[in-house]
Design a protein around this ligand. Structure first.
Ligand code: ATP
Length: 355
């Protein structure tokens, strides 16, 4: 079993606390993405799991065994870095075989392990090349191959796709999903790219300011964000957050009374100031009728949809996602109506827990 747990882990660098009270339970065989903006603590979390940093307090365990004091080489993990860190003077085959050579395996065994990894990653024709004779995607696969031959219990990946161009990234995303499916190994993957996290991970740890904001499936972080940070971080464009007041079964904003399904929200929902979250796909744009008056500021046709920026009379901006080719001109007055099925309510506090 290669489940991974962080129990009440704190990490400080001098006076600065990079991670506060981190609790995570990652299941055996799970693909978990650590996602968050720069500086949120995701690399520090991964580096502690790898044994490259040590927790200030708390416990980290792999397969039920506390590894706090275990050297990186003894943790049965393999890490793939953003930079790939291939040895330039060695061939592809030698790079992949290197961890096994260090472990003292004989040449026939090494060759067999390299052959299997090369087959899995389709690197067979490249085994005699040097890293500089490879494309970024091929180098990436060599780095993965070097991790694979070690047959670790847990794979740690630190932004492994960030040096690749958009097309190769999307190809490698599919490759990694397939690799995880075939190997069934626990994988912990650091990224600041929500698309990578959403498309690859079984569950996502959304981090911000050294704290876990939500740890859940891609579906849940998108459709049931735990707080305003998650709502504003996940989705392109992200969820709109509109300030107003809850009054009975309505949310009042600029004297528009938006019906809400009050029974759909937690009992803690009370009348008073709140923030309504609504994803752009639930913001309907109409010419007339009941709704929130707004002005079109920008309409961007991406080919398969139109992303519209709208402005309310108080200057607040709202994004809408409508069908491609919808005719809207800048300055045009419109009426917005929100689909009650897509409405979220958050506390009107800085962090805004979900109500
Ligand atoms: P990025 O996406 O930019 O890599 P991150 O989420 O991975 O960001 P970390 O590298 O984990 O963030 O860093 C978390 C915080 O800890 C940051 O504020 C960073 O400046 C700080 N930090 C990291 N390593 C050290 C260190 N060795 N000494 C002091 N502060 C550090």
């Amino acid at each position: 079993m290669a489940n991974v747990s962080f129990t009440n882990v704190r990490k400080s660098f001098g006076d600065f606390t990079a991670l506060e009270s981190l609790d995570l339970e990652i299941h055996d065989g799970e693909f978990v993405a650590l996602l968050g903006p720069s500086g949120c603590g995701k690399s520090t979390t991964l580096r502690m799991l790898a044994g490259l940093e040590f927790p200030t307090s708390g416990d980290i365990s792999i397969g039920g065994r506390v590894v706090n004091d275990l050297a990186p080489g003894k943790r049965d993990i393999a890490m793939v870095f953003q930079s790939y860190a291939l040895y330039p003077h060695m061939t592809v085959g030698e790079n992949i075989a290197y961890p096994l050579k260090k472990r003292g395996l004989k040449k026939p065994e090494r060759d067999e392990a390299v052959r299997r990894a090369a087959e899995l990653l389709q690197l067979e024709p490249l085994l005699n090349r040097k890293p500089k004779q490879l494309s970024g995607g091929q180098q990436q696969r060599v780095a993965l191959g070097r991790a694979l031959v070690r047959e670790p219990r847990v794979f740690l990946l630190d932004e492994p796709l960030s040096n690749l161009d958009a097309k190769l990234r999307s190809y490698m995303r599919a490759e990694l999903i397939e690799l995880h499916r075939r190997l069934g190994k626990t994988m912990v993957y650091v990224t600041h790219d929500q698309l990578e996290a959403m498309t690859m991970a079984d569950r996502i740890v959304v981090m911000h300011g050294g704290r876990v904001q939500q740890f859940d499936t891609p579906d849940a972080v998108y459709n049931r964000p735990a707080n305003r940070f998650v709502a504003g971080f996940i989705g392109t464009p992200p969820m709109n957050q509109i300030e107003g007041t809850v009054q009975g079964a309505t949310f009042v904003v600029n004297s528009h009374r938006q019906p809400i399904k009050r029974e759909a929200f937690a009992a803690s929902l009370v009348d008073g100031p709140a923030v309504m979250g609504v994803r752009p796909e639930f913001v309907g744009i109409h010419d007339s009728g009941d709704g929130l008056p707004a002005t079109v500021r920008l309409a961007e046709n991406t080919g398969h949809e139109t992303i519209v920026t709208l402005e309310l009379p108080d200057g607040a901006r709202i994004m809408s996602r409508v069908e491609a080719g919808r005719k809207l001109s800048v300055g045009q007055p419109v009426i917005l109506r929100f689909d009650p099925a897509g409405i979220h309510l958050f506390e009107a506090t800085e962090n805004g827990a979900r109500l």
